[in-house]
Design a protein around this ligand. Structure first.
Ligand SMILES: NC(=O)c1ccc[n+]([C@@H]2O[C@H](COP(=O)([O-])OP(=O)(O)OC[C@H]3O[C@@H](n4cnc5c(N)ncnc54)[C@H](OP(=O)(O)O)[C@@H]3O)[C@@H](O)[C@H]2O)c1
Length: 326
């Protein structure tokens, strides 16, 4: 948990009272929780003013575990169910022995994987699904570039894109070429040695997980009418969660992106993923059908959570980093 914003030194492992579940809540005994870049971006105050929960707060957005109790209004899950969730954004609390979450974000975990693999799925998997299907509305046969194919989001995005029938181009460093090809990527570009813009042109879409300068390059790589879905750069000035005082600054900092949209005739959409139990259930069904496989880079015990953050913050993870809870 953190009591103040800052670097890794502000992370504290300590005892806190168990969460008190509300009537719509599911209380989960957490068995595994995966880390996401938003955990350290939040810790560093980089997502303020979009996310402003009161501190101190227990971090952790993704969990898998067993239902310990349910609120009076919960009738879709029961004590003993094995579940997974991308927790509500302003509540978090997954890096703990117990967490309470609204039933609207909790789904039954896929039966064919363990808690560690299940915890690797929610935030990254929902982001990929919402980017490719819900936001870009891509159709079978269309060609999409998935940036950072070896990362937590990328490893799931490649597979989800293939499930949606898309032709997948992805970027990675050379050491991860086999990993991303094994996940189904049709074309692999080593961004450390090859010219990405020259190799991927006239795309229907780019799923851009790199942000800022990359988004400008991505806009030049899609055809007119194509779309770039960005998740790591600036939101749009009219993004609903932005408070009024941040809008002028965001407007200024997104001028180059609007100019690139006007110049290229491509569209840009910023996505801030939504926790969603129904979409999680879809992902679980794909996992159980053998079509979607979470990739776990490394697992850490909760007592080593600082080392887990340090590993994530290298930016070199192959798939997801998961913390196991005793
Ligand atoms: N807006 C949203 O709702 C949302 C949701 C999810 C994620 N995100 C954001 O999306 C980004 C990615 O998340 P993640 O969980 O996938 O992160 P991650 O797992 O930490 O990404 C690490 C991966 O990035 C690859 N990588 C780094 N630089 C690259 C480059 N220039 N080109 C291609 N690959 C590169 C690395 O591969 P190599 O070692 O081969 O370089 C590594 O495998 C983060 O900024 C995160 O905050 C946003």
């Amino acid at each position: 948990m953190i009591h103040r914003y800052g670097g890794p030194e502000v992370l504290a492992v300590q005892d806190v009272p168990a969460p008190t579940p509300g009537p719509r809540d599911v209380l989960i005994d957490v068995r595994a929780a995966s880390l996401n870049p938003i955990d350290y971006k939040f810790r560093e105050r980089k997502v303020w003013p979009v996310l402003r929960p009161r501190l101190p707060i227990v971090l952790g957005c993704d969990v898998a575990g067993v239902v310990r109790s349910v609120g009076a209004q919960v009738d879709t899950l029961a004590v003993g169910d094995e579940v997974f969730a991308r927790l509500e954004k302003a509540r978090m609390g997954g890096l703990a022995e117990q967490v309470a979450a609204d039933v609207a974000v909790v789904a039954k975990k896929p039966r064919s994987v363990d808690f560690v693999e299940a915890a690797a799925i929610p935030l990254a998997g929902l982001t990929a699904l919402q980017a490719l299907r819900d936001t870009a509305a891509l159709q079978p046969g269309q060609r999409v570039l998935v940036h950072a194919g070896a990362g937590g989001v990328g490893t799931l995005a490649i597979q989800i894109a293939k499930i949606l029938g898309l032709v997948v181009v992805t970027t990675t460093s050379g050491k991860n070429r086999e990993l991303v090809a094994g996940l189904g990527a049709d074309e692999v570009i080593d961004y450390t040695t090859e010219d990405v813009a020259a190799k991927a042109r006239d795309l229907d879409a780019v799923f851009d997980t790199l942000g800022d300068a990359s988004e400008l390059r991505s806009l030049a790589m899609v055809k007119r009418g194509g779309i770039v879905v960005g998740v790591s750069g600036m939101p749009d000035p009219d993004f609903a969660l932005l408070p009024w005082f941040a809008r002028p600054l965001v407007w200024l900092r997104t001028r180059a992106r609007r100019a690139a949209v006007a110049r290229t005739g491509a569209r840009f959409a910023y996505l801030f993923m939504r926790p969603d139990a129904d979409e999680l259930a879809e992902l679980a069904a794909w996992v159980d059908a053998g079509r979607l496989r979470p990739v776990v880079h490394r697992r850490f015990a909760l007592t080593d959570v600082k080392a887990a953050f340090a590993e994530l913050e290298t930016g070199r993870a192959r798939g997801k980093i998961v913390v196991t809870i005793p």
